[in-house]
Design a protein around this ligand. Structure first.
Ligand code: DX5
Ligand code: ZN
Length: 219
């Protein structure tokens, strides 16, 4: 994973689910490298989105890096199917799993990147022991489940803290932030150390997503 400056991962949660082809093309034309796919099970979060079928269908249509964000209980049940479906990175929530260390190894054994995510109320200290094992840490900057929410400022502190731990311990995980990232907040999260910022509504609800991605990446 060679990321030199912060990149935008458009989240299809804010796209029209009846026009996924168009959403993929829009992300591709904008020059996105990653596409963020939010899987919700109606248990870990109230809403339900989609499962492996959608990931497989999207994978058939694009070369974009598929960044699968599992907002589900029992994520271990989905790993092999998500790998088969073509996920390039699989991120699960530390809050949903007791044996996170084991699940991280299992995901990495499938030759996909492994991400670990924390919701706004979960402290960084709860995942410190796992930071040398993961490829990606996804800091949720809103309470998961919905697009279009406002970024919670205390979450930016967590990115800063993770970045300083990474430097201090010379670790090589990437830092991703998800929720409420737009023109007003992107510089804040970038300065805190973000490598990948997810943008759902800021990208897909924009009148001109192609310009929007360029602007968000260049701010
Ligand atoms: C929310 C999802 C996000 C969502 C972000 O639970 O994990 O990926 O798409 O949407 P915005 O960018 O609109 O906050
Ligand atoms: Zn997400």
């Amino acid at each position: 994973m060679d990321i030199k400056q912060s990149i935008c991962a458009p989240s299809i949660l804010s796209a029209d689910f009846t026009a996924m082809d168009r959403a993929i093309k829009t992300a591709e034309s904008a020059g996105a490298q990653w596409l963020h796919l939010d899987v919700m099970d109606g248990q870990f979060v109230p809403e339900i989105t989609f499962g492996t079928k959608m990931v497989a269908d999207i994978n058939r249509k694009t070369e974009l890096f598929l960044d699968v964000h599992l907002m589900v209980e029992n994520p271990e049940r989905l790993i092999s199917a998500m790998v088969q479906a073509g996920a390039d990175a699989i991120t699960f929530h530390s809050e949903a799993v007791i044996h996170s260390h084991r699940l991280i190894q299992e995901i990495k054994n499938n030759n996909v990147l492994c991400g670990l995510s924390i919701v706004p109320s979960t402290p960084v200290s709860s995942i410190t022991e796992l930071l040398s094992d993961v490829d990606l840490v996804l800091v949720m900057s809103v309470n998961p489940g919905y697009g279009g929410q406002k970024l919670i400022p205390s979450c930016v502190e967590k990115i800063r803290l993770l970045d300083s731990i990474r430097k201090e311990k010379n670790l090589d995980f990437k830092l991703s932030v998800d929720g409420g990232v737009n023109r007003d907040t992107v510089s804040l999260v970038k300065k805190a150390g973000t490598d990948i910022f997810v943008a759902g509504s800021a990208f897909f609800n924009s009148k001109n997503p192609i310009d929007e991605l360029r602007i968000l990446e260049s701010i």
